[in-house]
Design a protein around this ligand. Structure first.
Ligand SMILES: NC(=O)c1ccc[n+]([C@@H]2O[C@H](COP(=O)([O-])OP(=O)(O)OC[C@H]3O[C@@H](n4cnc5c(N)ncnc54)[C@H](OP(=O)(O)O)[C@@H]3O)[C@@H](O)[C@H]2O)c1
Length: 277
């Protein structure tokens, strides 16, 4: 197996990575496998999972990869995870990257859009953690990383469904961190800005001009910048991982000068405004 000389049997982690067939999840799998971790990729579409394995085996020959075709918002999560953990012989790290995005004017989004977004982004993550927790406790070095978004730190035009799910995920993760720390389980949350991925390619086909104007205030990152920030954060102790120097500056501005941040955003949105009608 292609692993770094620093990797020892003890440092090799058993990892479940939801959303592992695409975008950030797929990109994160590569450095984990390179360091010798055993990774189970979780997503719904078995064809995309098979393609992901093919891609990763080409990059990291001999890598230890399993797949689990599973809907994180479905009833099979507990049984599916138990099977995946049994196959790996344990679980040390759970990364929740599975997520969806519904962008649009509030007047155009349906209640179903909100329910589906919450079912996957919030309850899907919660359900996966609940199913993984007994195994993470047995690990002795259990770790949970939830992929939220910059849209968990500030309201974004067109993201009433997405922002609310990611704000909820951030609050959940923060409270969970406090509960898990005494049990020796580390909880972290990642708030990336927009980065290149199939999710954003799809969004670009339909997004409102106001969303475009608002989100372009923060430069789009390459997925490798997000991956590098997460990999660096995994072995450190920050709860909140914000990839990209400019994003961190923006996050600081949003926290310290919220009125000014909204004023700047409102001007950008006004200039692009078309509205729902
Ligand atoms: N891209 C961005 O700019 C950006 C910015 C900030 C945060 N994020 C967050 O980063 C995470 C990854 O985004 P991405 O851009 O990499 O998206 P992506 O390329 O669309 O990948 C999403 C992954 O999640 C899986 N997935 C979706 N729904 C699922 C479900 N119900 N059960 C199991 N797996 C499911 C998808 O596979 P299947 O469809 O086959 O299930 C796919 O593997 C998401 O949580 C997203 O909200 C993205």
């Amino acid at each position: 197996m292609a692993t770094s000389s620093k990797v020892t049997a003890k440092s090799i982690r058993k990892v479940i990575l939801t959303g592992g067939s695409s975008g950030l999840g797929l990109a994160l799998a590569e450095p984990l496998l390179r360091r010798g971790d055993h990774v189970t990729l979780v997503a719904r579409d078995p064809v995309k999972l098979a393609e992901a394995v093919h891609h990763l085996m080409g990059k990291v020959p001999g890598a230890k990869i399993d797949v689990l075709s599973l809907d994180v918002s479905g009833a099979e999560v507990e049984a599916g995870l138990a099977t995946a953990v049994a196959r790996m012989g344990g679980l040390d790290l759970l990364i929740n990257s599975a997520g969806i995005l519904r962008e649009g004017y509030f007047e155009k989004l349906t209640e179903q859009d909100y329910r589906q977004t919450f079912d996957i982004n919030y309850f899907g993550t919660l359900r996966t953690i609940r199913a993984a927790l007994p195994f993470l406790k047995q690990s002795g070095r259990g770790q949970i990383v939830n992929i939220a978004s910059m849209a968990a730190l500030t309201g974004v035009f067109g993201y009433t469904a997405y922002c609310s799910s990611k704000y909820a995920l951030l609050g959940f993760s923060d409270a969970l961190r406090a509960e898990m720390k005494p049990q020796g389980i580390k909880v972290q949350v990642v708030c990336p800005p927009e980065f290149d991925s199939p999710m954003v390619d799809a969004l670009d086909q339909t997004r409102t001009p106001e969303n475009q104007a608002h989100t372009l205030a923060i430069p789009k990152l390459g997925v490798s910048t997000v991956v590098d920030a997460i990999m660096a954060g995994l072995d450190k102790s920050p709860f909140l991982i914000v990839p990209g120097a400019q994003t961190r500056l923006m996050a600081f501005g949003i926290r310290c000068f919220p009125g000014f941040s909204r004023w700047v955003a409102d001007h950008r949105i006004q200039a692009a405004y078309r509205g729902p009608h």
